[in-house]
Design a protein around this ligand. Structure first.
Ligand code: DAH
Length: 356
């Protein structure tokens, strides 16, 4: 009995093998498989008999039948792949279904910070500003000294600096003495722009900056835009008009701004600038913590001590005045796109990025 069953199983496996090999299409193949392994396929029927066998024969016959099943399944899988491959191969003679939907090309998304960056630069470009750049690895002099933040100045502590001690092999003693840092703000680009050009200046500098700081609202790398306007008779009114225009262009036509007195070493007087909350238009909500206002930037009139670090022939006249401002691009992106956690911007989670 057991021998008969085992032989039967092997015969069926062989028969199935021949049928699978003869199949030329996927549906032929599926049919062939069903004949042996379907609900009432011949190998399936044998499998059902196993529990009814007496224990002595059950082992050997069971083994033979299961092996037959496995062999047929393996052959089926291999044969299906072969048929698929053949139908893809050029000149296989198999028709190509031109009515199938085309695969959609995968489209990338601009990162919200990139979008904000571009929007901000577009707004200032349209007002006639040039876009300037400066190095991210910066000298202490450009980053601090020339901006009226001398050694030991408490403002240095506000900006937890990454110091680069081994800037480059063979760095001159002077460069090392100068100190080399990762720039903590984009303000050194003011200094560099004035060093290479004369008034009138009307520039912005978007860029990456670094601070040793990391929590809910701070990341060690973030982005700022610096602005600088220098000309004869530039006043605080020019600053206010410019920033009001920017706020309306970026946050919407009904946006208002207000100045609060503040302190920055490189501006005098200095101000912090708030805009009416984009979430509630000023009536108070969660985003503005009920105040109706959002703090978005720092600004002021260029401190004469900053001009004093420049060429006196170009910047020494008392008629030369300027204003400057600095703002966080990431913060502006978060406010515009309703992103609650700064860190989300830099985690590269595709589920978050796909929303933009
Ligand atoms: N540099 C400042 C910072 O990173 C931002 C800033 C404030 C820039 C006021 C300015 C300014 O040009 O006038 O904290």
């Amino acid at each position: 009995m057991s021998d008969a069953l085992s032989t039967n199983a092997r015969d069926l496996a062989e028969e199935a093998g021949a049928a699978l090999l003869a199949a030329q299409t996927e549906s032929d193949l599926a049919q062939a498989k069903a004949r042996f392994l379907g609900r009432s396929g011949s190998i399936t029927l044998l499998l059902r008999e196993i529990p009814t066998l007496d224990p002595d024969t059950r082992r050997t016959a069971g083994q033979a039948i299961n092996e037959a099943k496995k062999a047929v399944e393996a052959l089926f899988t291999a044969r299906r792949q072969a048929i698929k491959d053949a139908s893809l191969a050029v000149g296989s003679g198999h028709p190509i279904d031109v009515t199938l939907d085309a695969r959609q090309p995968w489209r990338g998304h601009l990162h919200p910070v990139t979008r904000a960056w571009r929007e901000i630069t577009d707004i200032f470009s349209s007002m006639g500003y040039t876009i300037e750049e400066g190095p991210e690895v910066e000298t202490d002099w450009h980053c601090f000294e020339a901006l009226n933040i001398p050694q030991g100045h408490p403002a240095r502590e506000m900006q937890d600096t990454f110091y680069i001690s081994d800037f480059r092999p063979g760095a001159t003693v002077d460069a090392m003495a100068d100190g080399v840092v990762l720039r903590t703000h984009t303000s050194p680009v003011q200094v560099r722009t004035m060093l290479r050009s004369e008034p009138p200046i009307r520039m912005i500098c978007p860029g990456t900056v670094y601070r040793r700081d990391s929590d809910l609202t701070h990341t060690p790398m973030f982005h700022q835009v610096e602005g600088l306007v220098v000309d004869e008779s530039i006043t605080m009114a020019d600053l206010k008009g410019t920033l009001a225009e920017f706020a309306r262009a970026y946050f919407g036509a009904a946006t208002q701004i207000r100045f609060r007195p503040s302190y920055f070493p490189f501006t005098e007087p200095s101000t912090e600038v708030d805009v009416t909350c984009s979430g509630c238009s000023g009536s108070g909500c969660r985003i503005c913590k009920g105040t109706g206002w959002l703090e978005v930037l720092g600004a002021g009139m260029v401190d004469p001590d900053v001009f004093a670090h420049q060429d006196p022939a170009r910047y020494g006249s008392s008629r030369i005045q300027g204003f400057a401002f600095g703002m966080g691009i990431d913060r502006l992106a978060m406010l515009k796109y309703g992103i609650g956690d700064l860190r989300l911007l830099f985690e590269n989670d595709i589920r978050m990025l796909e929303q933009f």
